[in-house]
Design a protein around this ligand. Structure first.
Ligand code: ZN
Ligand code: ZN
Length: 158
């Protein structure tokens, strides 16, 4: 991807979605508090462009409050759906496999979060950052790094 394409896309997105702010950062994420899409302008690979469109998707969908990891996964699916539409409008294309890979990595990550640290069984989420094991009744907190979770770098081997 050329630097021009990222720049051009940012300027297209800025005029199409005046309700969102686009801001250079060291990673890609959407902040619902200030309705800002952060992007890493130093990245030149095409998947960075897809990340930008995905984060814009979160913004366009107005994602902000999530109460459970399951809901977050639904947000992820929705953001990619929206990203595809945005891409089409800008005559861009997002690789289907990349999207599926991203969602798979999210599912894996959420599954690992839900495993009880004591008995290793899958447990239930009781609020935004607390899980509870139905077997041993252990409760534990999970970190709240969901919107800033880094992307998997590679999609190879699939
Ligand atoms: Zn996302
Ligand atoms: Zn347990």
């Amino acid at each position: 991807m050329s630097d021009d394409l990222l720049e051009k896309t940012i300027s297209n997105l800025t005029s199409r979605y005046p309700e969102l702010t686009f801001c250079s950062s060291d990673t890609f994420y959407y902040s619902p508090h200030d309705k800002t899409v952060y992007y890493d302008a130093s990245k030149t690979d095409v998947s960075s462009l897809w990340s930008l469109l995905h984060e814009t998707g979160h913004g366009v969908c107005g994602h902000e409050n999530y109460f459970s990891d399951v809901q977050l996964l639904l947000f992820e699916v929705e953001a990619w759906k929206e990203a595809k539409l945005i891409a089409r409008n800008l005559q861009l294309e997002i690789d289907e496999e990349y999207m599926q890979d991203h969602l798979d990595s999210y599912r894996d990550w959420l599954h690992k979060r839900s495993l009880c640290p004591a008995c290793d069984l899958s447990s239930i989420q009781v609020d935004a950052d607390t899980y509870s094991c139905v077997f041993c009744h252990k409760r534990w907190k999970v970190s709240d790094d969901r919107f800033t979770r880094p992307y998997r770098k590679s999609v190879s081997g699939r």
